[in-house]
Design a protein around this ligand. Structure first.
Ligand SMILES: *[C@@H]1O[C@H](CO)[C@@H](O)[C@H](O)[C@H]1NC(C)=O
Ligand SMILES: *[C@@H]1O[C@H](CO)[C@@H](O)[C@H](O)[C@H]1NC(C)=O
Ligand SMILES: *[C@@H]1O[C@H](CO)[C@@H](O)[C@H](O)[C@H]1NC(C)=O
Length: 408
């Protein structure tokens, strides 16, 4: 059973929805790879997930759908949707060296921005949708060396492009194009000088997938999410996707090949990678039958081993089903948070053992249940969860939760 365009349009037209099919909530979990850098502050996470130190903070404005990126010791929380349903250009910036927050601005307020890092130096805020849902080519760039903002442009305008930092090259992959009818196959590679080179996904159907990149090995995976089985037709047929693209960067050259199909196609999964293990967890599937489509949220976690190029035949399970979970790598761990109102607990996958950390009583937990929140990790050890919606989606929050796993 397909999900047709008019269904999505009616959702968008009726007002912005937090569970909009065309615009998945969790950009951050899908696009950000953990940050690591070479100097003395960039430390590995402490071994014991039970002793992560918690602290709170506040963004300058309560909001949801925030785009996040981490570069060097800094994290950026850009744009988003305010309580009064307008978009903001505000960027809250946290610097781990000083422990201080500051406020900056994008060149234009917009939604569905793709955020990520380039060459360990730049934070980019690419594309997005304007208030009429028109895709944008605008890219705001923050240079952590000069502390200055500039703007550049994508060849292909898109909303919610996925950003994969593959080390020496960052790939800007897919997104929402045209009038939201079509999914983009466009790929743009960006190198150290912010020059760009155009490429394209090699898979059969245009796909709006989950992107997970390992900047150390230069391997990235774009998979799951949904695809349009009738591109170019008047009515699209959006189906959950098993198409997988493997990105490989070696030196300054990048390539894409088609990988083995995602074992359990679904919408709304999130992913991250640590130690060469790529984990994709949560999401939802549509029930079959000819009544109204209904969804079942899942607890399944699929694992991909970059060394063998294989999906594991033994998927893991989260402690609760989670839809659009926040997923971040923290040291050797992959952390799943949110995506449920059943549990504040973090599910913590230890990539050294390939299993979840047990001891439910003592593992770290969110203080505030929220949807549409943003997550990012600084220096591969400081996990920050910010903003989102509280009170069953009624109110935007400014609250920030920080889980510090850095060795001091
Ligand atoms: C929405 O809220 C923001 C921040 O409180 C405010 O600056 C802006 O003027 C408001 N816009 C509208 C249209 O109410
Ligand atoms: C992948 O999905 C397609 C439908 O889009 C299906 O025909 C195919 O059997 C799937 N492949 C696997 C290995 O599940
Ligand atoms: C939630 O938002 C509404 C406006 O949408 C406001 O009237 C109400 O006071 C807010 N509640 C809290 C607890 O902030």
């Amino acid at each position: 059973m397909g999900i047709y365009l008019f269904f999505i349009c009616s959702i968008i037209a009726s007002s912005f929805c937090s569970v909009c099919l065309a615009v998945p909530a969790s950009l951050a979990s899908a696009t950000d790879s953990p940050s690591s850098s070479a100097d003395s502050l960039a430390l590995n996470a402490i071994d014991n997930a039970h002793s992560w130190e918690f602290s709170g903070a506040m963004l300058s404005l309560p909001r949801s759908s925030i785009a996040t990126a981490s570069v060097g010791h800094m994290a950026f929380f850009a744009g988003g949707r305010l309580q009064n349903d307008t978009y903001t250009d505000v960027v809250d910036v946290f610097d781990r060296r000083t422990g201080k927050w500051s406020v900056s601005h994008l060149s234009m307020a917009r939604s569905e921005i793709g955020a990520g890092s380039v060459s360990g130096r730049y934070a980019i805020f690419a594309g997005g949708l304007d208030s009429t849902f028109k895709p944008l080519s605008l890219v705001d760039v923050y240079d952590t060396k000069t502390n200055k903002w500039t703007t550049i442009h994508l060849d292909t305008p898109r909303g919610s492009p996925r950003i994969m930092d593959l080390g020496s090259v960052t790939a800007i992959v897919g997104g929402l194009s045209g009038d939201l009818q079509y999914l983009s196959k466009a790929v743009e590679y960006m190198g150290t000088s912010l020059d760009s080179a155009a490429s394209s996904l090699q898979t059969e159907y245009p796909q709006f997938g989950v992107a997970v990149a390992d900047k150390t090995s230069g391997v990235g995976i774009y998979t799951s999410g949904y695809q349009n089985d009738r591109p170019g037709d008047r009515f699209n047929d959006f189906e959950q996707s098993n198409q997988t693209s493997i990105f490989t960067v070696s030196g300054s050259s990048a390539s894409i090949k088609v990988g083995l199909p995602f074992p359990s196609p679904r919408w709304g999964a999130g992913g991250a990678t640590a130690n060469g293990l790529f984990a994709f967890g949560g999401g939802h599937v549509f029930s079959s039958g000819d009544s109204e489509p209904s969804t079942t949220v899942v607890d399944r976690v699929d694992l991909y081993d970059a060394k063998t190029g294989q999906w594991s035949s033994n998927p893991l399970s989260l402690s609760v089903p989670r839809d659009y979970p926040l997923v971040q790598a923290v040291g050797d761990y992959i952390v799943f948070a949110g995506g449920t109102d059943e549990s504040k607990d973090l599910d913590i996958l230890d990539t050294r053992t390939g299993s979840f950390v047990e001891d439910l009583q003592h593992r770290p937990a969110l203080h505030t249940l929220r949807t549409n929140a943003a997550a990012v990790t600084i220096d591969n050890c400081l996990l920050i969860i910010a903003g989102g919606l509280v009170y069953q989606g009624a109110n935007a929050t400014a609250s920030v939760e920080m889980f510090n796993a850095c060795r001091s």
